[in-house]
Design a protein around this ligand. Sequence first.
Ligand SMILES: NC(=O)c1ccc[n+]([C@@H]2O[C@H](COP(=O)([O-])OP(=O)(O)OC[C@H]3O[C@@H](n4cnc5c(N)ncnc54)[C@H](O)[C@@H]3O)[C@@H](O)[C@H]2O)c1
Length: 347
Amino acid sequence: MTSLAGARVVVTGGAGFIGSHLVDELVTRRHVEHVTVIDSLVNGSRANLAHWAGDPRVRLIEADVRSEAALRAVDGMDVVFHLACLGVRHSLHDPITNHEVNATATLRLLERARTAGIGRFVHVSSSEVFGTAQRVPMDERHPTWPETVYGAAKLAGEAYARAAFRTHGLPVIVVRPFNTYGPRSHFEGDSGEILPRTIVRNLCGLPALIYGDGHQTRDFMHVSDTARGLALLAESDAAVGKTVNFGSGEEVQIRLLARTVAWLTGRPDLNAVHLEDRPGDVRRLLVDAHLMHRLTGFTPAMPFDAGVADLVRWFRSRPSTPEQMLQRIEDRNWVAPVDGTAAGVPA
Ligand SMILES: NC(=O)c1ccc[n+]([C@@H]2O[C@H](COP(=O)([O-])OP(=O)(O)OC[C@H]3O[C@@H](n4cnc5c(N)ncnc54)[C@H](O)[C@@H]3O)[C@@H](O)[C@H]2O)c1
């Protein structure tokens, strides 16, 4: 194991949902020297890092990961966690930008990490590289047949990362998180996820909206566990050069998720409304977490019901009312925004 204590770290996408929790984990529990966050704030926010304001250990560079400013920030660092990306629904209405950020920018960052002599590069990919499960549980040898440009771009990014390891010996670790939820998760716009959206709707007295029959399954992990697992992987010498699936191993049906949220928001009377299937929606995801456990000893600490209860409490404590949050939810959030703006296009 190589401890992260005292390391100089870059987290791209560190003002986002998972990235900001990773920053907390790195500073508070891994005692890194400092973290430089590179984030364009297209989907992340300063609020996610507000508790670090004025602390010299955390610095935010507001820059596009495709820019020279972002690449320069890698020079002189020890470790890079690469999380900056545009999401799966974004890829349905703006596939070209999605590819540029999720794939091309990854290649450029890897190249810079190589010339800068970075000691560890953790590339955060996604279970979306698999498409829907052809067999479960899904280990690292499961076929990769992504259903969306997002999944395809993440697959290209991880292939570039493996190539950087094989051809140049860049100490790369590729990790594929399954679904993560928790405080700071997105309910809004094309980043909005089923769990936070359903909580906001139920708190407004509205039923869950489920696309399709609700028999789709996902493998959910609480973000505190996700952040801890990413840090543990970076510290594992045995993980270098490996591609690692990272989930809880607990399969949750979307219709049961909706029932859980209805109970935990105190609205068991609200029955989900079913709409048409969502394009590119995979049917089933369930991790085989053996490799992750073998490399790091990691097991998730937060059970699903307790994690959802924690998230409901978090949403109840927001300064915005549920009704104000509801205004920012788009029901069919894979469709291009009406004003034609495409997230992530640099000025
Ligand atoms: N949330 C999940 O369930 C999940 C599952 C699997 C994989 N992942 C991966 O984890 C990582 C983090 O995801 P998240 O859920 O925290 O999403 P997020 O949108 O909250 O975080 C991504 C961050 O990247 C930033 N970003 C986007 N485009 C950028 C650009 N061009 N330049 C600089 N910054 C840019 C955004 O502003 C945001 O802060 C992503 O790589 C994602 O693919 C997430």
